[in-house]
Ligand binder design. Structure first.
Ligand SMILES: Cc1cc2nc3c(=O)[nH]c(=O)nc-3n(C[C@H](O)[C@H](O)[C@H](O)COP(=O)(O)O)c2cc1C
Length: 312
């Protein structure tokens, strides 16, 4: 049991100490979970979506638990770019793990404004382009469902981020996710992050009204996990494997076994979202569990697992 396991992975040219992130929007700006989770033990950290102007988000209720998951319609609530730079960036600067800022906006120029303003920040390793949020009227998922718009926004933001890593976050709510993935990669994405939530609804049968004030929300949690695994494996085989593009996998990961499934499917790293609401420290337990699995299987290097699915 003393076998050493190298948990490091290559991620879009960065070396991560291990393949586990927390997912955007589920750990805020890193300070919220500090009492429960040592962020510096993760492979990397991703902020909540940042927009040019502050956003209050949608009215409550904006979260509802469903079978094996939850619906959220937060509506990209965030402090806005200026306050992010003043108040949140100093917290993130102290982290020793690679930090990614998640970008959102209603127009391409809003995304570009946030990216340009932060592109020269030494404490930021890269950006996650959120073109897949199902909970906003303007922008959000509309950018991520049309390949022509994916090309336009990815190339504009890629120019704005300079040398920093650009990861594009894909929506599962499309006919063929490989078409969208290919558009993002050909327009300059260094990595793909997948998947965002599924548009969904829950109804209160007493009032016959939707439970969420926004009526619809994004479904996350274990309910979406097998779909995420399938979509990641599809994009890995059809788009990224031969192009040296890395995938950050997410969607219902709760345990080390879940994370390992995603890695075998083709993800180079994974992010834990909804599960952190139940057990804030679970990302760290997942890293330990991945190590134990490797020891049990005689694997000395986690990298060996990436895309190792035995179906071809
Ligand atoms: C409460 C909540 C807030 C979220 N906020 C964001 C966000 O600001 N930006 C974003 O790109 N994704 C956001 N997401 C999506 C997650 O990052 C992730 O893609 C999705 O929830 C699937 O992973 P999970 O099932 O592990 O939660 C949010 C998800 C939840 C549950």
């Amino acid at each position: 049991m003393n076998q050493a396991v190298d948990t490091s992975v290559e991620f879009a040219g960065l070396r991560l100490a291990n393949p586990v992130f927390t997912a955007s929007g589920t750990c805020g700006y890193a300070d919220e979970l500090a009492d429960f989770l040592d962020i510096n033990q993760l492979g990397g950290f991703i902020t909540i979506s940042i927009t040019v102007k502050p956003r209050k988000g949608h009215a409550t209720p904006r979260i509802v638990e469903t079978d094996a998951g939850m619906l959220n319609a937060i509506g990209l609530a965030n402090v806005g770019l200026e306050k992010f730079i003043e108040e949140k960036l100093p917290i993130l600067t102290k982290l020793t793990v690679p930090v990614f800022v998640n970008l959102a906006g209603e127009t391409i120029s809003e995304y570009v404004t946030v990216a340009q303003r932060l592109a020269n920040e030494p404490s930021i390793a890269g950006f996650e382009l959120n073109i897949s949020c199902p909970n906003v009227e303007r922008g959000g998922i509309t950018f991520g469902t049309d390949p022509a718009q994916v090309t336009e926004i990815t190339s504009a933001v890629k120019k704005a981020v300079g040398e920093k890593v650009l990861m594009v976050k894909l929506s599962p709510t499309v006919t063929d996710i490989s078409v969208i993935a290919r558009a993002a990669v050909e327009a300059g994405a260094d990595a793909l992050s997948m998947i965002n939530t599924f548009t969904a609804m829950a109804i209160d049968i007493e009032t016959r009204k939707p439970i969420l004030a926004n009526k619809t929300g994004g479904l996350s949690g274990p309910a979406i996990k097998p779909i995420a695994v399938y979509l990641i494996n599809k994009v890995y085989k059809e788009v990224t494997r031969n192009r040296g593009i890395t995938i950050l996998g997410m969607g219902g990961i709760r345990t080390a076994s879940d994370a390992i499934e995603f890695i075998i499917a083709g993800a180079s790293a994974v992010a834990v979202g909804t599960a952190s609401f139940i057990e804030p420290g679970c990302a760290i337990k997942i890293i330990e569990g991945i190590k134990r699995y490797c020891v049990r299987k005689g694997i000395t290097n986690v990298k060996e697992l990436i895309g190792s699915l035995e179906d071809w």
